[in-house]
Every structure is written in C-alpha cells, then in structure tokens.
Ligand binder design. Structure first.
Ligand SMILES: [Zn+2]
Length: 469
C-alpha cells in the first residue's frame, strides 16, 4: 500500500510501526456550530482510509479529537448567555449525528481537549525543562521555534522565509516573545473565560498542544498516520511536530496525509460569500450517502468543487448501484437451486478482476475515484450477466462483492428500510395480540418501544397505521 506523505512530498510504501496495527490520529472539528461540508471531507476521506486498512486486516486505533475550548466557542457561549461547555456539548452531539448520517464510524476514542488539560500542562512543563519553551512575565508560555532545527519540514518552508513573513505580521502585544515566530502553548485567562490552574497562571492551552498531547496519550509517542485538512499543514501540524518531537525526542508521525479543499461553485467556501453549507442543510435536499459518494468520487488530494449539478450527477450514479443491487436481490429470490455452471465459474474470474482493480486503486494512495470506477464495471457486469436462471451461488457472489466493495467506501447499498419495516410489522402484531388479551401495559410498552425507534402508531377504523417521526 502506497500513500502520499506530505513530509517527503512523495508516495511511500506503508510500513506500520507495529506489525498488523495502525495508530492513526485525525484532527477533529472545533465544536461551536453545526459542521459544514468542508469539515465533512476529512471525516469521510479518513474514515474510508480506516475502513480500507481494516479490510486489509490491520487493527486500526483511530483517534479523533473534539476541540471543545476555543475563542469561537467562548464567543458563541457569551452570545447565548450559556456556558462554553453547554455549547461544545451541544455541537459534539450534533456532529455525531451528522457523522452517523454520513456513515462515518465513531473513532476508537474521541478525546475532548478540556478533559486532557493535566497532560498538556505536563507536556508544556517538560518542554520548558528541556529548553524548548519559556514563560513570559504575564504567564503566557511560548514555544521557542528557533531551537527546533527541523521546524518547517512538513510545510517545506525554511526558517528565513518564515521569519520575514512573521516580522511583517507582528502585532502589538506580542513583544514579550523572544522571537516573532514563537507560538503559544499556554495563555492566561481573560475575564469570563473557562480556565484551569497551571504553574504559570490560570489559563488554557493553545490549540496545537492539545493534539500533541492527545495523540501521545491515546496512541503513544510515535504514531503511524496523522491526518487532516491541508489548511492544517501550517502552522497547526508543523507546530504539533515541533512540540511532540522536542518533548518526546522521537519522530512523531511517519505519514502525514492531507485532504485538499472543498470549493463551492468554484469559489472558496466562506460565510461572507454566502456559499457556506452545513451538512444539515445538505441533508434537507439529499441523502447524505450521496454526499459521501460525491466526496469519494474525487481523489482526496484533488480540489473538489461542490455544486448542485455535481450532487445531482452523484445522486444518479449512486442510484445506478442501488438499482443493480435491487435487481440482484430480485434474482436472488427467484434463483434456481443449482450449482455454479462452468460458464459461471469462468465469469467469476472476471469478478475477481474487478476486486483486484478496486484494491489496486485503493493501494495507490486511496484513489477512491478509480475504486468507484471499478465498482461501476462490476455493476455493468452484473446488469449484463445476471439472469433469472442464474444459479444462486453465482448471484450471491456477485451481489456480495458489490456490497462489500461499497461497504469499504462506507456506501450503504442495501436498504435498511425493508428489515426495519418487517420488524415494525412484527411489533405491531404483538401489540394487537396484547390488546386482545387485555394486557394494556404490554401494548403500551410496545407503542413506546416503537416511538423510540421513530415510529408513531395511529389506531384507525381500518386498523393500525404507522408513520416515521
Ligand atoms: Zn490537531
């Protein structure tokens, strides 16, 4: 498996630190609002990387944080007159709902920055002791960038260029820094902000140290893959490297993966341009599986342009897979109970060829665009080769392959509705029986159970009707 490493700017063979295991860290969102579709891209892309790694037999420890203390969260809390915690908790819950709707699996661990403060304080302390950080008079702690000779290695910037940029950007109030490039590890509390005690002052951590600490705590000092959006390369990931490597004395992450931007109608997404969509807004018009399909229809390192037209096209393409699966299920029910014919055996070789194509695409730096193309070849194969008189094992194998390959991409192609409907009907029948037996407690319990499943019952003259709520 080859993946493109931002650190070396080339594709490299994937060799895990520990055989059969992958330690992977993905920077998560700052939770002060509903997530937008720009946040959704890394979630979908790196969930797919994880799924493929698991398909290959790796045990993946996938850690993705929530930044739950930040200026934006505090501003929102003040605006609403509630605590920062209330804001972050609310949007973590909402984010998890969107993730589920996009079929993004929960991480092995979703650490919260506010729950890890003591570890961050320890890490900062260690950096001070090793001479990589210093506390200014007001209690702010800075990282001494020039002390880390490899600074800039991820973003491929050299210190001199950076320095001149920083001189131009230097703002007032920063004159307590030894050097304009130094960045904040700990900042003193301001009135009305959440804060924690530390040896330097009551305050809160800088954003970068959060990820260094959480990666270390949940994955160890050396990790295999660190991922995130390309906007995080500098300064966030560059600073993470500086902190982690100076503190731990070891290389931090072996492979750095970054997804490219998502544009809207060929323009950068921004609130001021009014082309800013939350995942929730997209869910009003589309099944989020279509959004997932759309995101994966391009390579993760290519810029992706979001437009209604492209979403419609994605919806139609995705529908073609669903229709093929439906047809195969129909054939499956009608299939003759006979063995594979010699011709079918030969045809299955062709199916294996599509699996190979799919795998080759994925092993080439997760080229999901080509992987989807392989699925469409298989769909075309299914549409031309499956018939009512095909044998059951033949249909099963083709159908299972389509479902499996789609599942690796996190695309659901089997209708869950049908099984849900069957379960609902069964429960309704049980409730009717309970009512007949005058066991009203049981009947009410079933009604409540259904309501929890999002099914509302209505007793009418024609019998029981149900609807989703
Ligand atoms: Zn991070």
């Amino acid at each position: 498996m080859r993946l493109y490493n931002t650190l070396s700017k080339q594709k490299e063979e994937f060799v895990p630190i520990e055989e059969g295991k992958v330690r992977m860290y993905v920077c998560g969102p700052t939770v002060y609002n509903l997530i937008h579709i720009g946040n959704a891209r890394p979630m979908i892309v790196f969930d797919t990387v994880r799924r493929y790694m698991e398909y290959k037999g790796y045990e993946v420890n996938y850690v993705s944080n929530f930044t739950d203390v930040d200026d934006k969260i505090i501003a929102k809390a003040n605006e609403e007159g509630v605590s920062a915690e209330e804001i972050s908790q609310r949007y973590i819950e909402e984010c998890k709902k969107d993730m589920a709707a996009m079929n993004v699996r929960p991480a092995t661990v979703h650490p919260l920055a506010t729950q890890e403060i003591s570890g961050m304080v320890e890490m900062i302390q260690e950096l001070i002791e090793k001479g990589y950080a210093y506390a200014a008079a007001d209690g702010t702690v800075y990282f001494r960038v020039k002390k880390f000779k490899e600074y800039g290695k991820l973003s491929h910037k050299n210190l001199e260029d950076l320095q001149s940029g920083f001189r131009a950007l230097q703002v007032s109030g920063e004159d307590q820094k030894e050097d304009p490039m130094d960045f904040v590890l700990w900042k003193p509390k301001k009135e009305g902000e959440p804060s924690w005690p530390s040896p330097w002052c009551d305050g809160r951590p800088g954003w970068h140290i959060e990820c260094s600490e959480m990666a270390k705590k949940y994955l160890g000092e050396e990790i295999d893959i660190h991922a995130g959006g390309e906007d995080l390369v500098f300064p966030h990931h560059e600073n993470e490297i500086a902190q982690s490597e100076c503190c731990n004395g070891k290389p931090f992450a072996r492979y750095w993966l970054h997804n490219a931007f998502l544009n809207i109608d060929n323009k950068k997404m921004s609130k001021s341009l009014g082309n800013f969509f939350t995942v929730r807004e997209i869910a009003d018009s589309y099944d989020l599986q279509v959004l997932r399909f759309f995101m994966l229809s391009a390579h993760y390192r290519s810029q992706l342009n979001f437009s209604r037209e492209l979403m419609e096209a994605s919806g139609n393409a995705y529908e073609r897979i669903l229709n093929a699966v439906d047809n195969m299920k129909y054939f499956q029910k009608k299939a003759a109970a006979k063995e594979l014919s010699a011709q079918e055996k030969e045809k299955l070789e062709e199916v294996r060829g599509y699996i190979k194509k799919f795998e080759e695409a994925m092993e080439d730096d997760f080229n999901t665009a080509d992987a989807i193309a392989a699925i469409f070849e298989l769909v075309k194969f299914a549409n031309t080769n499956l018939q009512e008189d095909s044998s059951r094992p033949f249909i099963d194998e083709v159908l299972n392959t389509v479902v499996k390959l789609c599942d690796i991409l996190g695309l659901k192609v089997e209708k869950e509705e049908e099984t849900l409907d069957a379960e609902v009907e069964k429960l309704i029948a049980q409730r009717q029986e309970a009512r007949k037996a005058k066991d009203f407690a049981k009947a009410d319990a079933i009604r409540d159970q259904l309501l929890e499943m999002g099914i509302e019952l209505k007793d009418t003259r024609e019998g029981v009707k149900w609807k989703r709520v």
